[in-house]
Design a protein around this ligand. Structure first.
Ligand SMILES: Cc1cc2nc3c(=O)[nH]c(=O)nc-3n(C[C@H](O)[C@H](O)[C@H](O)COP(=O)(O)O)c2cc1C
Length: 214
């Protein structure tokens, strides 16, 4: 492994031009620009982000999920209330999101408060999903021990029948969440390793941003 790991290239994409002096005041605007650039460059699944949470004892946990929206208030995702991440957020409502777009050698890091968006937004997110996705969510018991893969397939088949017969069904445990950022870092990698880090921080007066050393 040691040799294999050391033989693999990193930061092998094509960096984009980034002028931090021309960065907008609001990091959500810069995120929108960078996201569009990642899409244009063909970055695979650019809306996949790593969500980090910690439980009440500070024990961290990270997993990949899909970003569902970005707006002036923050970054939205959806999950099941029975999941470990939802339990973490109920106990400790702070989270971090990490995006890595190798095609353009860009990373974005978001930290902030996590806010449950409530029943209406959660139902809207659930109903906007494909029948297969709704059934996949409705058919599982996140994190519980599973006896066999046949058991999983049977439960999903039953859930699909339920979703198809009742298109208005909303999984009661489905939750939409928002990460309300108080810090956002934009990291533009560079072939010469002079990586550019621009960090936005929010205080009572609004956003400020500054360069930091890589
Ligand atoms: C590409 C990708 C997208 C995913 N999207 C979601 C998602 O939107 N919501 C979600 O709860 N889990 C999603 N998952 C599954 C999570 O990574 C994770 O396995 C699951 O939510 C259980 O995590 P937890 O036990 O830490 O709560 C996704 C996984 C991958 C690899």
């Amino acid at each position: 492994m040691r040799e294999l790991l050391r033989s693999l290239p990193a930061l092998a994409g094509t960096p984009l031009t980034f002028d931090p002096g021309a960065a907008p005041d609001d990091p959500l605007d810069l995120f929108t620009d960078w996201f569009a650039a990642a899409v244009d460059a063909g970055a695979p699944e650019p809306h996949a982000a790593t969500l980090a949470t910690a439980d009440a004892d500070g024990r961290p946990s990270a997993r990949v999920l899909i970003l569902k929206d970005v707006g002036p208030d923050g970054f939205a995702f959806a999950t099941d209330a029975r999941s470990a991440k939802a339990a973490d957020l109920a106990a400790n409502p702070r989270a971090a999101l990490g995006f890595w777009w190798p095609a353009v050698v860009r990373q974005v890091r978001v930290t902030g408060a996590a806010r449950h968006l409530g029943a209406e937004a959660s139902a809207a997110d659930y109903l906007a999903r494909s029948p297969a996705s709704r059934a996949a969510a409705a058919g599982v018991r996140p994190g519980e021990p599973l006896g066999s893969l046949d058991e999983l397939r049977d439960a999903m088949t039953a859930a699909r029948a339920r979703v198809d017969s009742d298109p208005g069904f909303v999984l009661p445990s489905w939750q939409a969440w928002l990460v309300v950022p108080d810090e956002v870092e934009f990291w533009q990698g560079s072939a010469d390793r002079a990586h550019v880090r621009l960090v936005y921080r929010r205080d009572d007066t609004g956003w400020t941003h500054r360069l930091v050393w890589p």
